[in-house]
Design a protein around this ligand. Structure first.
Ligand code: DGL
Length: 272
């Protein structure tokens, strides 16, 4: 395996850019191939079979780019597909859920943790299971927030409509006296300021992206796969692919990543 090969990162849309951004910060030499499944978003309201099928197609596409490792930068796909696809692959693959769960368990003071995510992630029960395996006495309150993903995809990050919807969703968590809230969907860190204001200063918001990048770093180093040559020749260091609306994606990605995204390529992912 070529240690200077890119890392594949995927999500249903722009949410996984919050994870890609952390990888860029923590491992500036690593090359990234990002795929956002913008034609088939949202994943959060689809069945496990469907999300698994989509994930396998995306992984087959990423393998054609000779990636050395894959990050499922989507909680829904991590919940529904990671366990299966990791058995099918001979390169390392990680999701975002264990990293987020571990951070939350380590940061709670009163043992009461809230988790927000898509309907798929929340109904899978995976966060509660993983956190209670780590610490059985943890009290977990979960809440699905299905309108957050379209609000983010529409760029309504600071908008009164988003405020109103977030206040309604979060009221149940406020009543449970949680001191830690896991942003259990990679789109949600983009709403961080709104969510933080509503929950108040006493609630720690956990963004699994940071810990996921740390986990990737440790994984690559443990397998001698850390890039030792950040040079890319004629290739772009960060390459972006989507299944639809490439220009909209480029504009959004440029607004949240440290560097301008020059190009996003559209592919027919269902052919993989
Ligand atoms: N960003 C994804 C997640 O972390 C899913 C959004 C969606 O497609 O529903 O779950």
């Amino acid at each position: 395996m070529d240690r200077n090969a890119p890392v594949g990162v995927f999500d249903s849309g722009v949410g996984g850019l919050t994870v890609a951004r952390e990888i860029m910060r923590q491992m500036p030499d690593e090359k990234i191939i990002y795929f956002g499944d913008t034609a088939r978003l949202p994943y959060g309201s689809k069945s496990q079979d469907t999300v698994l099928r989509y994930s396998r197609q995306i992984i087959r596409f990423l393998l054609t780019k000779e990636v050395k490792a894959i990050v499922i930068a989507c909680n829904t796909a991590s919940a529904y597909a990671l366990e299966t696809v990791e058995r099918e692959l001979d390169i390392p693959i990680i999701g975002v859920i264990r990293a987020g769960a571990r951070t939350a368990v380590n940061s709670t003071r009163n043992g009461k943790i809230g988790v927000i995510g898509t309907e798929g992630t929340i109904s899978s029960g995976i966060y509660t299971d993983v956190m209670q395996q780590m610490r059985p006495d943890i009290d977990v309150t979960v809440k699905s927030c299905p309108l957050f993903v379209p609000l983010v995809e529409e760029g309504l990050l600071h908008d009164s409509v988003t405020d109103e919807i977030a206040s309604r969703y979060l009221s149940v968590l406020k009543g449970r006296f949680i001191d830690t809230l896991v942003l259990g969907c990679t789109h949600y860190p983009l709403l961080r300021s709104t969510l933080g204001r509503i929950m108040g200063d006493d609630v720690t918001l956990v963004n699994p992206a940071y810990e996921t990048a740390l986990e990737l770093k440790a994984l690559l180093s443990g397998k001698n796969l850390t890039c030792d040559n950040g040079k890319t020749g004629n290739e772009e260091k960060y390459q972006f692919y989507v299944s639809d609306l490439a220009e909209k994606f480029t504009a959004f990605a440029t607004s949240i990543l440290p560097n301008e995204v020059k190009e996003t390529r559209k592919i027919h992912v269902e052919e993989y």
